[in-house]
Write a protein that binds this ligand. Structure first.
Ligand SMILES: Cc1ncc(COP(=O)(O)O)c(C=O)c1O
Length: 397
């Protein structure tokens, strides 16, 4: 694994100018901190809706629930997707109407269903008879959408083992929903987070079309098709662009669906926020253990870099350092670990960094806006990154 080393001369064209290495260099703040460019969040939202015409984004706020991010997206007219009552309360603080929120966690605490319904949220996902019974009792008359199990093999973080049901079971469940006094409202799926294959959406839309056909024969027409999340962000390796995915999704809708539901929705999380932030961490120690070079820094997996532990081969972020004239210094391979007394907080192995890097130098971790702060704890007494915001603003520019 060799994350890209960025220097001002080698910054990729898409990199936000507010987060350029030479711009961040002048920030005079104790690390760790996470700088988020709200202009990038707004730009990604604009691109998403442009490249998937007719599809409304419901931001999956679990990926980054900062109030500034929520306000930026709310100002642009985005909808929102939640997993819990706690997330709904954060949205209410940002002025979002619960009626504009999708509750897409298929298995929910009963009290959260009741409270969300009381607050005005009216659409709930499910994938089992038990959850339907729960919703029928605590949110009578609510609209429900079934979560299909779809192929998520091409994603970095699969979800279909934990959630989703087959087309046949989904048909039974949506007809049961009607008998329970609920409204059979729609279909959702998730192709897995950071999905590299646009055809995964096409296949999932084909599965949805089969279900829509079955239900239509019974006189049930659905109001929503929800394409879920999984839209990939740019880290180190190339990913299909949103233009490419949008073209595949649009063609699949036109070619495969028996009718166009009133609402075409999607729940992008990572795509909207990952590229908007950089995490800065300071080297607190450099040690050699046997023949391995270790760099100790002031953040770890427990302080926001949990995704580095969630994949078999580690997770690559664009990296660069504050080391002067880094391009002229030979590279050396390092294992980068956190400040805690636990070895499982190690975040990168075999990454090439300038050989002279040492205590006091800063390591910058790019594309760090998704699933970082929302995971961060103060494990072992080391504080999570301080959030900083630049660019754009609540007006979404
Ligand atoms: C129901 C649901 N929707 C959307 C998302 C967002 O996924 P992503 O960040 O890959 O776009 C998730 C992520 O886990 C999810 O569980």
């Amino acid at each position: 694994m060799t994350p890209a080393l960025l220097t001002p001369a080698r910054v990729p064209a898409h990199w936000p100018s507010a987060l350029a290495p030479d711009v961040l260099e002048v920030i005079d703040m104790p690390t760790p901190y996470l700088v988020t460019d709200l202009g990038t969040v707004a730009a990604r939202h604009e691109e998403f809706e442009r490249e998937l015409p007719g599809v409304r984004a419901y931001y999956a706020m679990k990926s980054n629930p900062a109030q500034e991010v929520l306000a930026t997206l709310a100002a642009r007219g985005s909808g929102f997707e939640i997993a819990s009552l706690g997330e709904l309360r954060m949205l209410e603080r940002a002025g979002v109407d619960p009626a504009d929120v999708l509750y897409s966690n298929p298995v929910k605490p009963p009290a959260h269903v009741a409270e969300a319904y009381r607050a005005g949220l009216w659409r709930f996902s499910f994938d089992s008879p038990g959850e339907l019974a729960k919703i029928a009792e605590l949110a009578p008359g609510a609209a429900v959408y079934v979560r299909l199990r779809v192929d998520d093999e091409a994603s970095v973080f699969p979800l279909s083992r934990k959630f989703g049901t087959s087309v046949g079971e989904a048909y039974d469940l949506l007809t049961l929903a009607e008998r329970l006094g609920l409204r059979a409202y729609g279909i959702t799926f998730h192709v897995g987070s950071q999905c590299a294959n646009p055809l995964a959406w096409r296949q999932a839309i084909a599965d949805s079309a089969r279900l829509m056909n079955l239900l239509r024969a019974d006189g049930i027409e659905l109001r929503m098709l929800n394409l879920g999340g999984g839209f990939p962000a740019r880290y180190v390796n190339g990913v299909p662009s949103i233009e490419t995915i949008g073209a595949v999704v649009t063609a699949a809708q036109d070619e495969l669906l028996p009718y166009r539901p009133e609402l075409l929705a999607a729940e992008p999380g990572r795509y909207l926020v990952a590229e908007s932030a950089v995490l800065a961490t300071t080297v607190i120690g450099r040690e050699r253990r046997d023949d391995e070079n270790w760099l100790f820094v002031d953040v770890s997996a427990y302080h926001g870099l949990m995704e580095t532990l969630q994949t078999a081969n580690g997770w690559e972020y664009p990296l660069w350092t504050s080391v002067r004239h880094a391009a002229e210094i030979p590279g050396m391979r390092f294992t980068v670990t956190g400040p805690s007394c636990d070895s499982s907080d190690t975040v990168f192995t075999g990454v090439t960094l300038p050989a002279t890097i040492d205590v006091g130098d800063i390591l910058y971790i790019g594309s760090a806006g998704a699933y970082t702060l929302s995971y961060a704890s103060a494990f072992n007494g080391f504080p999570p990154p301080t959030p900083l915001f630049v660019g754009g603003g609540a007006d979404g520019r």
